[in-house]
Design a protein around this ligand. Sequence first.
Ligand code: BES
Ligand code: MN
Ligand code: ZN
Length: 506
Amino acid sequence: MEFSVQTANPAKAETACLVLPVFKGSDLLPAVAKLDDASERLIGQLLERGDFDAALGNVQLIPFAPGLGAERLLLVGLGKREKCQETAFIKALDAALTALVKLPIDEACIAFTDVPLEDRDTTWKARKTFEAAERAIYRFDRFKSSPQKAPSLAKLNLIISDADAAPMAKQGAALGIAIGQGINLTRTLGNLPGNVCTPRYLAEQAEQLGRGSQGALEVEILDEEALEALGAHSLLSVGRGSQEPSRLIVMKYQGAENPEEAPHVLVGKGITFDTGGISLKPGEGMDEMKFDMGGAASVFGTVKAVLAIKPKLNVVFIVAAAENMPDGAATKPGDIIKTLKGLTVEVLNTDAEGRLVLCDALTYAERFTPASVIDIATLTGAVIIGLGHHATGLLSNDDDLALDLLDAGEAAWDRAWHLPLWDEYQEQLDSNFADLANIGGRPAGTITAACFLSRFADHFPWAHLDVAGTAWNSGKQKGATGRPVGLLTQYLLDREADAQVENSDD
Ligand code: BES
Ligand code: MN
Ligand code: ZN
């Protein structure tokens, strides 16, 4: 998506469509009021007559706009002014852009940065507008014999009333496009079926990102032979029952001025299909376990955003990829495996496989002496019971890191919620036969899963994001959401900003 920023009077804007946000039962926004004045009160009259109800998310196309520079107008309801916060703003944006991309036009003007939102500046509103635009043009129809026509919208112009805000609007637009495209890559990888998106396919995606990066991304793939030699038996134990070989994928981005600067590490769970293994899952809805690489997909999406934004910091991206299947060679309940760290694990349930691939990836991360390590995983059904589909579960061994992630989620409006990781929970993982068990019983399933990971994260500040409830939608809207690319990218940008403050201090 291309962008531009215009400070013209919206009545004069020459465009195929002008998108105008309207509050219900309140004054028109300044830009909309200007246009209203120039058009014999076209909008004011529509509202008065009740022909347009500005309830949140309602849209109305006005296909002719005589006397105006625009060929069409698209009115979008913001709902009541007092209720207009982030969630409402984004809902209105999504409604506007969903309607806009259905029109046979290739550019449009949008006046959303004027909408008043407490604590949100023009940069944020511009960023969200373009994120929404990228999400709206997304299609996943490569397996349909007759795909619908792709949206023709290729350029969106932001209409802003304050010329001084133009640099902020431009910065926000560029960020929104980068993050939106990262989100869309994450959605595509998630949506791809398990028979296409295998561990080797993910490795190939990494190679492709590396090739397209002009040297900015260094990629290393560890195959099963390399993993065996390394001693990553826990990761390997998960793929044992599958015909598809496992992979550990490592991507390095060196953006800091000082190449020695400690990197931030993102680790993604990449189970390309989770049958549960010998502890087989029930059949209903099992197709959705193709999304069990959602954490890995969000790591790839963040790589894409980072390559576009080019922040000045070092990041290592790791994906632990395997397919969890039952066959004669599969790991069985009761089997004991030795992890890369050397700890032994009694596998009491082969369906608790995510932690088994992640623990070796966390141990691998240690070699980078990281500033922080964050793993992202569709780890537990229990997080859906606790938080539903709105918040990502956050657990950490470091309260400062947890706060940084909560802040990033709030800033990006891709929010997480902090759960406790108290020592009291650890004993649920006691095993009679090995150093620890891979499950901790029914109580606090999300917490005991994180407790398991914490045993492998004792050498660095670490946080775990359980995205089982947020990485994809079920039902009619079934599909990957692209979360938490917004949160992760924001976290990295915030660390870049921190480093710049530190550097200017000395
Ligand atoms: N990938 C699943 C978690 C999951 C389940 C995500 C349902 C989204 C929807 C994970 O590998 C898993 O199976 N976890 C088990 C752990 C249990 C065996 C301790 C779970 O949550 O049931
Ligand atoms: Mn599982
Ligand atoms: Zn899983």
